[in-house]
Design a binder for this molecule. Structure first.
Ligand code: 9WN
Length: 440
């Protein structure tokens, strides 16, 4: 290529952009996902961001994780949002007054939400340490370890609503893929009227195109689910009898398994026993295969616990079990077949970015959030999974495609899955962070 187009020049350009984005989003002791759309601290964003910070500001990587876990609940849950008390009321919807978590048993001093996000923090902590091991990183691992263990215990204990050894999410926000078509079938059982949203002011649609965001009907259901969970004091006892949305997500549960493996490594570094973590990791992989794999279609899909069936939609969530290094060979082949099919288009040379939903589906929406657009975090997770399973060829193709997206459009939140045009927030934390990791 011409000037500025060589690999080294592109890498330098991307590094500068990513670092500037992370620095601009740094706020006292954490990184905001976006100054406009998401001005507080988000749980799984912080994990991805720490992985990127490890390459440039390792000290901040640990502060990011520490500030998040300082807001952990007594029962071990790590809230999906830690609110910044310095921001004005209305800086984000739904804000702290809507969650009203302070009154719940075991809530921390900080204002938080009452739900969780995918537990990708233990593997993130491990990657941060491995990138820059030091006395400080070992001390940070020592501080985090019991908290990460409590997070796992919460999810595999109180959240094992289905009784099969997997965690159930109680809200689409807990999956991190809010309006994914994966949730359409289970959400249909949640009664809601979009007129409810007239009582609230959505913050997101003031900063992003409404056609690129969830609908008012989606939000009415999101609000209804929080209303019910909050009314029960965010307790998890008896959820099966009273909560309308309970789903076992392949990403959340694959993350649980990878976390146990990371905890085994962390345990070894700090002088704790890795054995129980290895046993639990193996059990989670087995439960995932038993409960979320459909041999007829050869795909992993979320299990609707209430309806006791797998959801019909084929989304990027079905590819996420590849992050488990001990996924059986048969299931690895199945995931790769799905990923390399025209539905997702993974290849050693990709002609289009990886979408979040089956691009051959009639309801594929290239602009609407998790219903089609390409996101860097799901791409990065798949990339890591491909490397773990020795598919350097496919991993290289996916990495190129991710770097091209950001080089072409900037550190956007998500991207048009055909044109690569930037969508959502233009200066998004995990996009920057994961680019730094992919470049390393
Ligand atoms: C609700 C912060 C978060 C991400 C989620 C993404 C989006 C929030 C929202 O932003 O969700 O939690 O307001 O839409 O879906 O994955 O963690 O970046």
């Amino acid at each position: 290529g011409g000037p500025g187009r060589t690999g080294a020049e592109r890498a330098a350009r991307l590094r500068r952009l990513a670092l500037a984005t992370l620095d601009a989003n740094w706020e006292h002791d954490h990184t905001v996902p976006s100054r406009t759309l998401y001005p507080h601290q988000w749980s799984w964003d912080s994990a991805f961001i720490a992985v990127g910070l490890a390459h440039v500001r390792p000290d901040r990587a640990w502060r990011e994780l520490r500030s998040l876990f300082a807001a952990q609940w007594a029962d071990g849950r790590v809230p999906h949002i830690v609110f910044n008390p310095a921001l004005r009321v209305g800086a984000y919807f739904p804000g702290p007054e809507f969650w009203d978590a302070a009154r719940a048993e075991g809530a921390p001093a900080a204002a938080t939400s009452g739900i969780v996000q995918p537990p990708v923090h233990a593997p993130a902590a491990w990657l941060v340490h491995r990138r820059a091991p030091s006395e400080a990183s070992v001390a940070a691992l020592r501080w985090l370890y019991p908290r990460l263990v409590a997070q796992q215990r919460y999810l595999t204990g109180r959240r094992d609503v289905g009784g099969g050894g997997l965690a159930a999410v109680v809200h689409p926000w807990e999956s991190g893929l809010d309006n994914s078509p994966a949730w359409d079938a289970p959400l249909a059982a949640v009664p809601a009227d979009e007129a409810v949203m007239r009582a609230y002011r959505r913050h997101d649609t003031a900063h992003a195109d409404a056609a690129h965001r969830p609908t008012d009907l989606d939000y009415a259901r999101y609000v209804a689910l929080v209303d019910g969970y909050r009314a029960g004091g965010y307790r998890d006892e008896g959820l099966l009898g009273r909560h309308p949305f309970l789903v076992e997500c392949p990403l959340v549960n694959a993350a649980l398994g990878v976390s146990e493996r990371a905890l085994a490594r962390i345990a070894t570094v700090i002088g704790a026993d890795p054995g129980p973590h290895r046993d639990r990791a193996a059990r989670i992989t087995q439960a995932l295969v038993d409960r979320l794999y459909d041999p007829v279609t050869g795909t992993f899909r979320p299990r609707d616990v209430r309806a006791d069936r797998l959801v019909p939609a084929r989304t990027v969530l079905g590819l996420m079990p590849l992050i488990l290094p001990d996924l059986p060979a048969h299931h690895v082949r199945a995931v790769l077949a799905e990923a390399c099919s025209p539905r997702f288009g993974l290849a050693a040379r990709m002609d289009r970015p990886l979408p979040t939903y089956d691009r051959t589906a009639p309801d594929f929406e290239p602009l609407r959030y998790w219903r089609g657009p390409s996101w860097v975090n799901t791409g990065w997770l798949l990339w890591r999974g491909l490397l773990a399973h020795g598919r350097a060829d496919l991993a290289a193709g996916l990495r190129e495609s991710l770097l091209d997206l950001v080089d072409g459009a900037g550190c956007h939140e998500y991207f048009h899955p055909d044109t690569g045009a930037g969508l959502g927030s233009p200066a998004f934390g995990w996009t920057a962070a994961l680019v730094l990791d992919a470049l390393a």
